[in-house]
Design a protein around this ligand. Structure first.
Ligand code: KIV
Ligand code: ZN
Length: 525
């Protein structure tokens, strides 16, 4: 049997759709998850952890839909150490040519005593039973001792040995609460390599959270000590401070290849488009200074840096923007740009639109170019990402009039056009322009909702930049997300809100009970 840690290829296990999606504000609908899964396969990750099928029927359905699409990477689902969870994972992932069952149980004293109320031996027994059962269904089984980094080393080695004997093919070591530091994590991996007899027969994996800001550093320390699978998420989304960021860890391995002597299979030119896709879907945008995919990651402001860059890019640049899929030129389009230039730019930005979608986006581009002089990449991405909010009535926003006065309630009047061409106008007062206009929309459409979150992001630069708004609203106790964009941010909010209202009305007209466009609830875990 060859020693897996002597291989120089690192497997990238993406858990954006499981650990990432579990984080507050990051829930996705089924169709959004499918788009992310497709993008991850184009990024060429090795494994997609598509969800936790036992968490809710919605989770089960989305893992199954992703597996049935057979995008290419191994499709994995998470299970606790019980038969029902394991069967659910198997039923949901088996449609993919390559599938994996990932079972986990907590092993640290804190979890044993306060959460599981189980003795050490019971935990080993439960892990062994679960792995054996999973192996009967599937050849590819991963085991994770949750909170491994706070587990007594000798007990951790015992658990891992038992997991390997039971048939685990990948052993993942999670730093569940983001507690460890690189030197300590290196010692933990070295300890396991020394004390677990058959450790070289499995793939050793690492799974880090970012509570102390060291998820990437800790993952790289584990790689240095022999881990050959890294679990990570796009934009580092995940519980609390998030997970190890995929784009950062992949670019660290690539940029410092002479140090690590390792490689991943990731097509790094897809990093930026995938990051944008995930942030557009979740409405959670990385900070401007975020490594690799932040808007400032390749911006050079200081005069001395700019001078150096003009002499030779390598003076201040350790990676090329085009290597992560950022266009070098950020070419500006304007109202004289034709369909060809627009189509080429859309392609370069990584979108694959059919003729209908291209025409629709081009029309929106022309409307925008009439309002603002320069149309940047961010504006084009925004048009494409928000296409859903422009389509499929019954209601279209005709006009919005808002009045605000300091220390007084705002008033708003919205005029909507229905499918039959009938116009409806409603006015309302509210604490601010958003509250007033949303109230007017509720009266006009007859859809009552509670606004839970309003996220605003600037799609490009300058005073006339488009505002992209993502709203999360509750309708009949279910959560929905809508998006809208406009150079007027209140109008962008209204478009986002109207998108959800239109979806609700269409669903009601079809008499549908299940809301497939609701963002997943993990309440049943
Ligand atoms: O953080 C963690 O421990 C996990 C495990 C389920 C792998 O997400
Ligand atoms: Zn985790």
């Amino acid at each position: 049997m060859s020693d897996a840690s002597s291989e120089n290829r690192i497997r990238i296990f993406d858990t954006t759709l499981r650990d990432g999606e579990q984080a507050p504000g990051c829930s996705m609908t089924l169709s959004e998850k499918l788009r992310v899964a497709k993008a991850l396969s184009e990024l060429n990750v090795d494994i997609i952890e598509a969800g936790f099928p036992a968490a809710s029927p919605g989770d089960f359905e989305s893992v199954k839909a992703i597996a049935d699409n057979n995008f290419g990477p191994v499709i994995c689902g998470l299970a606790r150490c019980n038969a029902a969870d394991i069967e659910k994972v198997y039923e949901s992932v088996k449609g993919a040519d390559n599938h994996r069952i990932h079972v986990f149980v907590a092993t640290s004293a804190i979890h044993r005593e306060h959460k599981l109320k189980m003795a050490k031996e019971e935990i080993i027994k439960s892990a062994v039973g679960a792995i054996e059962m999973a192996r009967e269904l599937c050849d590819d089984v991963e085991f994770s001792p949750e909170d491994a980094s706070r587990t007594e080393l000798s007990y951790l080695a015992e658990v891992v040995s038992a997991a390997i004997e039971a048939g685990a093919t990948t052993v993942n070591v999670p730093d569940t609460v983001g507690y460890t530091v690189p030197a300590e994590f290196d010692r933990l991996f070295c300890y396991l390599k020394e004390h677990v007899a058959r450790i070289n027969e499995v793939t050793l994996s690492v799974h880090c959270h970012n509570d102390l800001g060291m998820a990437v550093a800790n993952s790289l320390a584990a790689v240095g000590a022999g881990a050959r699978q890294i679990e990570c998420t796009i934009n580092g989304i995940g519980e609390r401070a998030g997970n190890c960021s995929l784009e950062e860890v992949v670019m660290a391995v690539k940029t410092r290849a002479e140090f690590f002597g390792l490689d991943t299979g990731v097509d790094t030119t897809r990093l930026y488009p995938t990051s944008r896709l995930v942030s557009n879907i979740t409405g959670m945008h990385p900070p401007r200074n975020k490594a690799i995919v932040g808007e400032n990651a390749f911006a050079h402001e200081a005069g001395i840096h700019q001078h150096g860059m003009l002499q030779h890019a390598s003076t201040y640049e350790i990676m090329r923007p085009e290597d992560v899929g950022l266009s070098k030129s950020n070419l500006v389009l304007g109202k004289h740009s034709g369909r060809h230039a627009f189509r080429d730019r859309v392609k370069e930005l990584g979108f694959d639109l059919d003729d209908f979608e291209t025409n629709r986006a081009f029309k929106e581009f022309k409307k925008l170019a009439d309002k603002k002089k320069d149309v940047y990449d961010g504006d084009i991405e925004s048009i494409i990402m928000n296409a859903g909010s422009l389509s499929s009535g019954p209601w279209t926003l005709k006009s919005l009039e808002v009045q605000t006065h300091t220390d007084e309630p705002a008033t708003a009047t919205v005029t909507l056009i229905g499918e039959d061409g009938v116009e409806v106008s409603q006015s309302a007062r509210g604490d601010g322009p958003v509250a007033a206009s949303f109230q007017a929309l509720e009266t006009a459409t007859g859809v009552a909702m509670v606004l839970r979150n309003f996220e605003l992001h600037s799609a490009s630069i300058g005073e006339d930049a488009q505002g992209e708004v993502t709203v999360t609203v509750e309708i009949e106790n279910k959560s929905y997300r809508g998006r809208g964009a406009s150079v007027d941010i209140v109008e962008a909010g209204c478009r986002a809100c109207l998108e959800v209202m239109n979806r609700t009305l269409r669903r009601r007209e079809r008499g549908e009970v299940t809301a497939h466009d609701a963002v997943t609830s993990h309440a049943t875990i």
